[in-house]
Ligand binder design. Sequence first.
Ligand SMILES: [Zn+2]
Length: 55
Amino acid sequence: MAEVSIKCPQCGMELKAPNEDELAKNFKAHTHEVHDMEMSEEEAKQKVKMMRGGM
Ligand SMILES: [Zn+2]
């Protein structure tokens, strides 16, 4: 099974999920819980795409 991952740009923590949608949700939850940041799901998806494209 393919797995996708990104590193949080704020703290470098690796976030993993089975697909990009789940990864966006994880990233959204992570930035909210750990960094006290709010972003929409759409915004999280775009950032995940950008980060994955850049790696
Ligand atoms: Zn982080």
